[in-house]
Design a protein around this ligand. Sequence first.
Ligand SMILES: [Zn+2]
Length: 111
Amino acid sequence: MKETNMTTELFCLRCQSDTPHRLTYLNSTISKIQCLQCSRTHRVRVDVKHELYHELLERIKTKPIRITKEYKNNMSLFLKIFPRRVVNKPFRLYKEAKEMKTLIKKYSKRH
Ligand SMILES: [Zn+2]
């Protein structure tokens, strides 16, 4: 789960003109639109559990295919890389879990 920002020009109702706006995304879903001139903020309700569910589902679905493809492409290289990946995984998962917890907390407050 990832939160990203993007700046773009949009029409602001309060400014009555095109102004730079900051768009915040949670994964690929827009969660916040803010006018950088007057700070008018429009929050979009994001179902954080729905986002999480789809992200995990996508990972489970794509992972076996990815491993099979790599395995077929270069078996010896795959075998060299594989053990290191297994070692790296707990840390990566821990980091992701921490980020996820922060985002779930942040988005759950809005409901
Ligand atoms: Zn504005």
